[in-house]
Each structure stands twice: as C-alpha cells, then as structure tokens.
Design a protein around this ligand. Structure first.
Ligand code: UDX
Length: 489
C-alpha cells in the first residue's frame, strides 16, 4: 500500500518503495547495491523487455545479463527478498515513493542534432509512464546521462501529462532530481560501494535529503555533493569529457614522442607526478572507446552550439577528432611498416573489446583500426577472449570467412579485405605478417614470443598499442617491434 504521508514535505517520512525504469547496465548494478546496502527498502527494477527481465530472474545468478565482478553475489543475496525484476510497469510505478530513470540515451541518428544530440525518446516515454501511473507525491531521479536541462523536460512532461492521465482524487506531485552515475565497466560494484562522490542535483531540499539518506546508509556524508540540478547534469558530461580529453592529450603527445625519440611512458610518469595533474588516465593506447566518452562529448558539443558558443563546441570536438585521427594513424603506420601494402598479408588482431575484462565493443578503437586495415586489403585473423564472432561481424559490418585460410584466394585477400575469428592466439599468429595488440588483456602480456615467432611469416612485426609487451622478449625472438609513443625503438 502506498505511503500515505507522501506529499510535499518528505522530511522525517521514510522512503520505502523504490522503482527503477531500465534493467540495463546502470539500473541493474545500481539497484543491486542499493538493495544490498538498504535492506529496509523494497527495490523493483522494471523494463519493457520480457527477455531482459527473464534473464535477470534467471535461477542461476551467474547467468544474469550483465557480468560485473561481485554483481551475481549481490543478486544471490537480495533477489526475492528486497530486490525484484519485473515487467509490471504500472504496478511498480504506482507503488513507488522514488523512481529512478535509467534508460539509454543513444546519440540521435537523424533529425535535429543528428550525430551529436542524445535521443531522449526513452526518457520521454518513461516520464509519460510515470505521469500515467504514479500515485501521490513521487520523487523522480535522473540516473541516465542526460543533456543539461533534461530535468526541465521531464518535469514539464510530468506536470502536463498528469493532467490527462491522473485520477484527480489521487493527483501526483513530482520532484525531479539529477543523480548521475559514475561507474566504470569492470569495476561497477566497487565504484558504487566506494564512490569518490555521489552527486545529487535538485531544487526541492526535502527530496534531495530523502535521496541523500538512502546513500548515507553506506556513503559518508562529506562525499554526498548537493548541487543545483543543472550543475549536476553538466558535471556528469564534463567529468567524462575531462577524462576523454586526458586520453586524447596523451595520445597526441605519443605521436610527438615517436617523432622525437621521447617515450610516452616516461613523459606520463613525469607529468603525472605533479599532484595538480595526477597520474590516472594518462596511459596512451589505441584511442578511447566505450559507450560514454564520445557520446557525452558530442552532447557537450551540441549543447555549446545550441547555446551560441561555437568556440567551446570546437574545443571539445577536437577531443573526439584527435581520437579518430589517432586510430587512423595507427592503421596507417602498420601499413607503412609493412612496406606500404597490406594486400594478401595476414594480420593477427589481438583484442577487440574497448578495454580488457569486458566483452563490450561499443566505440572500440579496434573497430576503426580493423576497418582501415581491411580497406588496405589486409586479411585479419581476430582474437578476443570475450567478444563473440557475431559481435565482431556486426561491428565490422562484414561477415567472417568461414573457409580455412588456404581456400581464400589471393584475389579475395587482396581486393576485398577479409577476416576470420581465431580460436586462440596461436592460430591467430600462424603465418601472420604482424600481430597488433589492441586490448590490454592479461593473456597477451604473457605471450611466449620465443615459441611463436617462427610460426609467423618473416620479417614479422608486433605492434603494441597498449604497452603491455616486454620489448626485449619480442626483439630477442627476432621480431620487429613498435609500441605506441615509443620513439626510442
Ligand atoms: C567511463 C568513465 O570512466 C565512467 O566514470 C563513466 O561513468 C562511464 O564512462 P568506461 O566507459 O567503463 O567508464 O571506461 P573507462 O575505464 O573510463 O575507459 C574508457 C576508455 O579509455 C577505454 O577505451 C580505455 O581503454 C581508455 N583509456 C583509459 C586509455 O586509453 N587510457 C587510460 O589511461 C585510461
């Protein structure tokens, strides 16, 4: 039964029922942690996808739709007690005192702002569902990363739509908060349990306090930052933009290191020792990937343009441009080192996910680099311990060759650029002219080059875009070696 004390002033009244719209990458782990840390709360995660909810309810908690270290343990502890996954959207919205919106906000592919602005259709439909079914005073929390001023949009949808939908005798009132998520893939549970900070933006102090009390069950008060709603929305975008900007900065300097004889690892260490700069996020690689960085920066670019700030827009746009340039640069230098042509050459691609310990390939640098190499006529043999062949085919927009290597004609290799997936590293390297390390999987740092070098076609190369290979081992095995930002070799 709904808490009868749910009107304007929530102070002193306990939130009991929480609902989260969206059982995805943010909603699932965040609600699992809230349920675990707050046994006095009922947490319902709802989604329109029956398949996804079924999968969250899988008896075997190790087969839930998202793999994150520690997540299945939390699911085992809480599911069926105070954590539930359901398709009954109406019921759980109606019962909720607080509703989190954790739906995805992909970049728009057409219309105004295409390629930059976020598509808010799922946010809008969530707001409409809340307006239709909510019962009494309800706090609505934006969890998804959203453009600045989205709270205003949500609030106006809620206010306007409730006129149409609400049972007048039970008319709802809404308070909208922004509470962005800062979790990283692979460390999501740890990031949620030990956050650097929790950000809550809003106007209604009672609602802010109600959400703050939930976090305060495990997060110290001084780490809970309360801001106005626009600052909170903008801080999330800016936070990701700053992180991405650091990577673009260091990657741009890596090119200069290669040209001048400097070493990017030494430069990173030297600048990272300045406490004002700090040492994290200074590793040069093949270019940043992942679902957030590019999307959030493009969003920032769109907002800056929208608000008449073209210089600001172009500043942030360069961060994305340098990232793409860096990916092309790597593909180009591989081509140059292999005598300017990749036609009929086999290249082993080691790693396809955007970083290690995940099977996520969204915006992975490997996609662009592989496409460029295939455009040059290379034959790619792609290995990744977690990414499926089907996913690679989708990302490359090209089906793999299933026949064995020998049956692929020189013409096919030379003119269309083809790829196969390799079941292991050894298969990938066999007869290869080069190995290109694109993801920092632990197993690649342990490759025994002495054993495998003579299975490659001489003169063979190892291209290490993640700086995880011991140079001496490769060179002593008789292979040529390149690594990102290393102007010494
Ligand atoms: C990121 C943010 O870190 C997180 O706070 C936000 O909520 C979501 O976006 P995530 O996408 O999981 O998290 O990946 P992250 O670990 O930040 O790495 C992003 C990309 O940068 C990866 O491709 C990674 O390989 C690359 N990277 C990271 C570098 O190239 N060098 C570095 O020093 C760090």
């Amino acid at each position: 039964m709904k808490n009868l004390f749910k009107y304007k002033n929530l102070m002193g009244k306990k939130i009991k029922n929480i609902c989260c719209i969206g059982a995805g990458y943010v909603g699932g782990p965040t609600m699992a942690v809230i349920a675990y840390k707050c046994p006095h709360l009922n947490v319902n995660v709802i989604d329109i996808s029956e398949e996804r909810i079924k999968s969250w309810n899988n008896k075997n908690a190790d087969e839930i739709p998202i793999y994150e270290p520690g997540l299945s343990e939390l699911i085992k502890k809480c599911r069926g007690k105070n954590l539930f996954f359901s398709n009954d959207i109406k019921k759980h919205i109606a019962e909720a005192d607080m509703i989190f919106i954790s739906v995805n906000t992909p970049t728009k592919t057409k219309g105004i702002g295409a390629g930059k602005a976020s598509d808010l259709k799922w946010v809008e439909s969530s707001a409409r569902q809340i307006a239709m079914h909510a019962n009494g005073f309800t706090i609505v929390v934006e969890k998804s990363t959203l453009p600045v001023k989205t709270a205003e949009v949500i609030k106006s949808i809620l206010d306007a739509a409730q006129e149409n939908y609400q049972n007048k005798s039970n008319s709802g009132k809404f308070s909208v908060l922004s509470n962005p998520e800062f979790l990283s893939e692979g460390t999501a549970i740890n990031d949620l349990i030990n956050p650097d900070r929790v950000l809550i933006g809003g106007e209604d102090e009672d609602s802010i306090e109600a959400l703050s009390q939930i976090y305060n069950n495990w997060v110290p008060k001084e780490k809970i930052l309360k801001t106005n709603i626009w600052s909170s929305e903008l801080a999330k975008l800016t936070s990701n933009a700053f992180l991405a900007q650091r990577i673009s900065s260091i990657n741009s300097i890596s090119a200069l290191c290669e040209a001048t004889g400097a070493d990017i690892r030494e430069v990173s260490r030297a600048i990272g020792s300045d406490s004002r700069i700090g040492s994290k996020f200074l590793e040069s690689g093949p270019g940043f990937g992942g679902s957030c960085f590019k999307k959030d920066i493009l969003n920032l670019v769109y907002l800056s343009e929208y608000f008449g700030l073209p210089e600001v827009a172009s500043f942030w746009n360069e961060v994305v441009k340098i990232n793409t340039w860096h990916q092309h640069r790597i593909a180009e230098l591989i081509t140059k080192k292999l005598f300017g042509t990749l036609s009929a050459k086999k290249i082993a691609i080691l790693g396809f996910s955007f970083k290690s310990n995940t099977n996520d390939t969204r915006e992975s640098a490997a996609i662009q680099i592989c496409k460029d190499l295939m455009d040059e006529g290379a034959f790619l043999c792609i290995h990744d311990p977690k990414v499926s062949k089907g996913q690679i085919a989708k990302d490359l927009n090209c089906e793999p060759k299933n026949n064995n290597l020998e049956s692929i004609t020189i013409q096919e290799k030379a003119y269309s650029g083809v790829w196969q997936s390799a079941i292991d590293i050894k298969t990938a390297l066999k007869n290869a002219d080069a190995a290109v390390i694109l993801t920092e999987w632990e197993e690649y740092s342990q490759i025994n080059w002495y054993q495998l070098a003579n299975t490659m076609r001489s003169p063979a190369w190892v291209f290490d875009s993640r700086s995880i290979i011991n140079r001496k081992n490769v060179v002593d095995a008789g292979l040529n070696f390149w690594r990102v930002g290393d102007g010494v070799t």
